[in-house]
Structure formats: C-alpha cells, structure tokens
Design a protein around this ligand. Structure first.
Ligand SMILES: Cc1cc2nc3c(=O)[nH]c(=O)nc-3n(C[C@H](O)[C@H](O)[C@H](O)COP(=O)(O)OP(=O)(O)OC[C@H]3O[C@@H](n4cnc5c(N)ncnc54)[C@H](O)[C@@H]3O)c2cc1C
Length: 379
C-alpha cells in the first residue's frame, strides 16, 4: 500500500512516527522544510530567538518511512495525484494530508500587505530582527508594535515581547517600546474561564501592554492601523511593526468534486478522519474538520493535531494488516497559555470532567510538560 503523508507538522509527523516497517507498506513523508517546527513556541523564537525546530530525518529512523523535502503545489483527490511545485506528480493508494493552516486576514484593507504573521520560522525571525533593530541605538523610526488578535497566539506573543523589551531596556538604557493588543471581540483569551482570563489580563497590564478590546482593525498602512469601536469611533495607531494573529483558515490545496468544507475552509471528515466521500484520504490537524462527542468542531490545536496524527498512523498499520479502523475520540487534556518568562495560566482535566485551574510557575511547568510530551511522542 503506497502511502503519502503530506506535511511534517504536529499531525503529519505524529502519523509518520507511529508507522513501523510492515510488509506491504511503502510510506513517504513530504514536507517543504527539512525540519519540524514547534509552532506552539514561535512566540519564543520571535522574542528571544529560541530554537524551535528539529531535523525530520533522524525522527524517522526505525519507522520505515522515507522523507522527501518538497513543496506541494496542489492535490487532486479525484485523479489521486499530488502535484509538487517542481512539476513532479506523486500517486498513492492512501493519502494523509496534514498541511496545516494559513493566516486569515479577512480581507481587511492593507492588512495582508502590511502586517507580519506568526505562522512559520521566517515570521518569527522577522519580528526578532525588528526588536533588535529598535534597540540598536541607530533606529529612528516608530518603535511601537501593534498585535491584532487576542487569542492564544496574540497573548503569548505580546507577553514574550514585553518581557524581552524589559530586558533590553535595562541592558541598553533605552525606554521600552509600546505594545498594543487590539481585539474586535469583547475580551482577550475567550477560550479561558473568567477567573483565569482576568488573571491573564492583570499580567498583561502589569507589563504595560495596552489592551484594546472591542476594537476592530478596519485598515492598515505601512506604519499604522485604523481601529474602530462598536460605537463607530475611529482612531489611528501608528506603529513600526504590525502583527496579525487574528485568524486562520485551512490551507486551500486539496481539490475534489465531492469534498465537503466547513467553517474556515476545513475539510469535513468521518469518524476515522477520512475526507467524507474519499475513504482513501485522511485529513488531519488544522486542515480537517473533525467533530467531538457533542458534534462540535474539534479546536485547531497542536494537542488535537497530534492525537489525530497518532491515531491515523495506527490506522494505516491496521489497513495494511486488513484490520478494522479505530474511530477518533478527541480528548482535551488541558489548556495552558504562557504569559512571558515563567508565568502561565491554564487548566488541566480531572476525572469526571472536572477542571483544575492552575496559575503561575506551576502552570508554566504544565505548559512545558505538554511540549516535552510531544517531543517524547515523536522520538
Ligand atoms: C504562536 C502559536 C502558538 C500556538 N500555541 C498553541 C498551544 O499553546 N497549544 C496548542 O495546542 N496549539 C497552539 N497553536 C496552534 C498549533 O500550532 C496548530 O494547531 C498546529 O500547528 C496544527 O498542526 P498541523 O499539523 O495541522 O499543522 P502545522 O503544524 O502547521 O504543520 C503543517 C506542516 O505542513 C508543511 N507545509 C505547509 N504547506 C506545505 C506545502 N505546500 N508543501 C509541503 N509542506 C507544506 C508546513 O511546513 C508544516 O510543517 C499555536 C499556534 C501558533 C502560531
């Protein structure tokens, strides 16, 4: 069974590293980078240049999976073809698609042209260079940063940047830059319960971050964003760097006549994570629209991408052996948001669906523990 796995993110890499040499199975992992990116740690790379990648090849030892560094141009699941950017065409018996998501700029005028993103290593490098430039002593432009979107990514980024600004200001005797966190919705971190959310908000305010909730970015230019309140009041914020973390959508790369797509362009999948109408195509991670036990979309998180990948890897082995597939049953073990340095807030799941709220250093350790678990799971 010729199996192609597209993307070595949390979903694709988890699937590949669950495979083992098996008679009848020929597997190839296709990824545009020679490394896996710990996307959940990109804010650390943006602020501190932390290493957040891992070479792929050594992780595949003992799996029987071959690796091809190549960019996918498009996937035609009616013709069963994967077209690479270099023009080559790959065919398959079974396909696993885990190509992740892209930033959604919601067609806000000027935003895609003038805002940085935080989706890949080069985005983090760009933000890191800006901060260094601002503290170089020769920089004469606007030093402030506007981050649009106060979800997990936006909040983790602003706190890490504020922490770095504090360090650099002390070391170089320069004032810190101002950081604006702009959010159209009524609150930051809507994924958290109220008490945890308020705790996170206090940490942000202690850092001096200006939180503008209920403010929609309506336009962006080279050095500014225009924001509008619900009452229609407008103001312009000038900034040396604009970063948009306000939304994602599934990568639009798979074409198929019978494909069903849901919110954010995610591909609807069945209980085994196969695209509906295409039993030979698994779609996992941010690209797939899997439903939980209550029929609600599973969140686009690394945690769920990893679970889906591990299950898919095992299901491919079951397919080769002619065994029945195991259905997907998502579990959310907890949710932690890092708030710069050793600070974090979040909750972990307890028996009988209870949640234990954790803040401070212990929450930071829990967040790190989830990263270590991920690292150990792909070894
Ligand atoms: C800053 C930040 C913080 C986050 N924090 C958390 C967190 O704390 N907890 C959490 O659970 N989730 C978090 N997330 C979300 C999480 O990172 C994503 O949900 C997760 O990465 C989705 O995994 P995936 O495998 O679907 O996609 P990805 O991890 O994005 O992997 C997709 C892979 O496909 C490759 N690829 C893409 N296009 C092509 C192509 N054309 N050809 C070849 N290869 C291609 C990419 O290079 C990449 O390796 C965070 C995200 C960000 C950006």
């Amino acid at each position: 069974m010729k199996t192609l796995i597209l993307g070595a993110g949390y979903a694709g890499l988890a699937a590949a590293t669950k495979l083992k040499p098996t008679p009848g199975l020929e597997a190839l992992l296709v990824e545009q980078n020679p490394f896996h990116t710990f996307e959940t740690r990109l804010h650390e790379a943006a602020a501190h240049n932390t290493r957040v990648t891992l070479p792929i090849q050594p992780l595949l030892r003992g799996t029987g999976v071959a690796f091809e560094q190549a960019a996918v141009e498009s996937v035609d699941i009616d013709a069963r073809e994967v077209i690479l950017k270099d023009g080559r065409v790959l065919t398959y018996d079974t396909l696993v698609v885990g190509l992740g998501s892209v930033t959604n700029f919601y067609r806000i005028p000027g935003l895609a042209e003038h805002a940085s993103e935080l989706k890949q290593l080069s985005d983090a490098d760009e933000i890191y260079s800006f901060v260094n430039q601002v503290y170089s002593g020769e920089y004469r432009g606007n030093r402030d940063i506007v981050v649009g979107g106060a979800g997990l990514t936006g909040v983790e980024l602003v706190t890490e940047l504020a922490q770095r600004a504090e360090l650099l200001s002390k070391a170089r005797g320069l004032p810190p830059f101002r950081i604006y966190l702009v959010e159209a919705g009524p609150k930051i971190l809507p994924i958290l319960d109220e008490a945890l959310r308020q705790k996170a908000e206090r940490v942000l305010r202690d850092y001096g971050i200006e939180i503008l909730v209920g403010h929609r970015i309506t336009r962006a230019t080279e050095g500014s964003v225009t924001v509008q309140t619900q009452d229609g009041e407008e103001k312009v914020i000038e900034a040396g760097k604009i970063i948009w973390t306000g939304g994602i959508q599934a990568r639009d790369i798979v074409k198929g006549e019978r494909l069903e797509k849901g919110p954010g362009g995610r591909i609807a999948v069945d209980e085994f994570l196969r695209a509906k109408g295409y039993p030979d195509v698994f779609v996992i991670g941010d690209m797939g629209l899997a439903l939980n036990q209550e029929g609600k979309p599973v969140p686009t998180t690394a945690q769920h991408a990893g679970q889906q990948g591990r299950l898919t890897g095992k299901n491919i082995l079951r397919l080769v052996r002619g065994e029945a597939l195991e259905p997907y049953e998502p579990t959310t073990l907890g949710e932690f948001v890092s708030l710069g340095g050793l600070m974090a807030v979040g909750w972990m799941k307890l028996p009988w669906n209870q949640k234990l709220a954790i803040t401070g250093g212990l929450a930071h350790v829990m967040k790190k523990a989830s990263e270590w678990r991920w690292r150990a799971s792909i070894d």
